[in-house]
Design a protein around this ligand. Structure first.
Ligand code: PLP
Length: 392
């Protein structure tokens, strides 16, 4: 039995998305830039997709640029803003995605910017007082702080950060890859200059995304070419992807409340099942355990080290897909966990759900983990947690 609980990495295509993209894989294959009827028809589909995405986010279609995913959008927004406005200081955090951290590192290496890392509390939350102090001290600043963290699920108050950005005349980029389609946005009212989305995180195709660039900005392109995307991003459009992205986002927002409720129930269920599993020393990283402070579909759990290998690998052997990092066997703990967690000597497992999961799958997963611990104790000959519990 295959169980997929790695939906923060990527998701399955929604059947409605497959239906929407099929004609563009078969009959509607013309180039949207072509000056004939077939091309115009495809261009119309791209325009409709742009209007749909903009409408769902309270943006205008001119503010949406399709890209090859969030990574490209992040590179475009950060490099574009740094170069366009000659910004020489960036405030970010140590728990951003590598797409942000590596882009900034490159600019720092090139001598373009200095980077300040905002303080995080013991659960990985941004210290807004520290952020304000950094802004006060640095007038020409780009803020790069994510909305939902991909590993620990923490939600950052991007509204509050946007207000600070305006107050100190900073430019604000937020990585919304993990919250796109899972939280409502009204970009007309938000103090956000740039954000990104990646279709495969919300049941759309891989290799397609978008960047929102507030209409007051015009950025230098990363990719030059035939003037596509109003000159902001050259290259023939990934029409299949774009149509699929817009459909996937539409489906996500249509079902947002029901899906979010289901994800919260999965999270609570998994926490309660682990609590009665008898495995001692289980704890939760970041805010992921707290429904109101985290992305609903991400739960990051620290397990005590096994003596016989890694839990993630053992689950993989029986067809259960989760992801994680471990310091147990000398492997690396992720940069996110290292940035704030006190216990880095455990195995961290990220469970991430989607609407296609079931409670029965969670039962199977917890039973499997319990059995893994039981056999580990039998092999290692250590006093088991059940025995220890019975010592009274
Ligand atoms: N930002 C975050 C928070 C992510 O979770 C990811 C993907 O894992 C990315 C950026 C990069 O997305 P993509 O691989 O689609 O470019």
């Amino acid at each position: 039995m295959e169980i997929y609980l790695d939906n923060a990495a990527t998701t399955a295509l929604d059947p409605e998305v497959i239906e929407a993209i099929l004609p563009f894989l078969t009959t509607h294959y013309a180039n949207p830039s072509s000056a004939h009827g077939a091309g115009r028809k495809v261009k119309e589909a791209v325009d409709n997709a742009r209007r749909k995405v903009a409408g769902l986010l309270g943006a205008s279609p001119e503010e949406i640029y399709f890209t090859a995913g969030a990574t490209e959008g992040i590179n475009l927004a950060l490099s574009g803003a740094i170069q366009e406005y000659e910004l020489n200081h960036v405030i970010t955090s140590r728990i951003e995605h590598k797409a942000v951290l590596q882009t900034l590192k490159r600019h720092e290496k090139d001598g373009d910017i200095e980077t300040s890392f905002v303080k995080l509390d013991e659960r990985g939350n941004v210290d807004l007082y520290h952020l304000e102090n950094l802004l006060r001290a640095n007038p020409r600043t780009l803020i790069a702080l994510m909305h939902g963290n991909n590993e620990i699920g923490n939600i950052t108050d991007i509204h509050a950060i946007g207000v600070l950005a305006r107050r100190y005349n900073a430019v604000f980029f937020t990585d919304t890859t993990q919250t796109m389609g899972k939280a409502h946005f009204n970009l007309q009212e938000a103090d956000i200059d740039f954000l990104v989305g990646s279709a495969h995180k919300f049941h759309g195709p891989k290799g397609v995304g978008f960047v929102y660039i507030n209409q007051k900005h015009k950025l230098k392109p990363l990719i030059y070419g035939g003037g596509q995307e109003r000159g902001q991003r050259g290259g023939t459009e990934h029409v299949v992807g774009i149509v699929g992205l817009a459909k996937a986002l539409e489906v996500s927002y249509r079902n947002l409340e029901a899906t979010q409720t289901k994800m919260c129930k999965f999270k609570q269920y998994l926490v309660s099942k682990l609590a009665i599993s008898g495995i001692e020393g289980v704890c939760y990283n970041g805010e992921s355990k707290y429904i109101e402070n985290s992305v609903a579909n991400v739960l990051n759990v620290s397990f005590p080290c096994l003596s016989t290998g890694s839990i993630v690998a053992k689950l993989d052997q029986i067809g259960i897909a989760v992801s994680g990092g471990s310091a147990c066997q000398g492997g690396g703990t992720s940069h996110v966990i290292q940035a704030f967690a006190c216990e880095t000597d455990k195995e961290n497992v990220r469970f991430s759900f989607s609407k296609f999961n079931t409670f029965e799958e969670l039962d199977v997963v917890v039973d499997a983990i319990t059995r893994i611990y039981e056999s580990d104790l039998a092999v290692s000959g250590r006093a088991g947690w059940k025995e220890i519990a019975s010592w009274g």
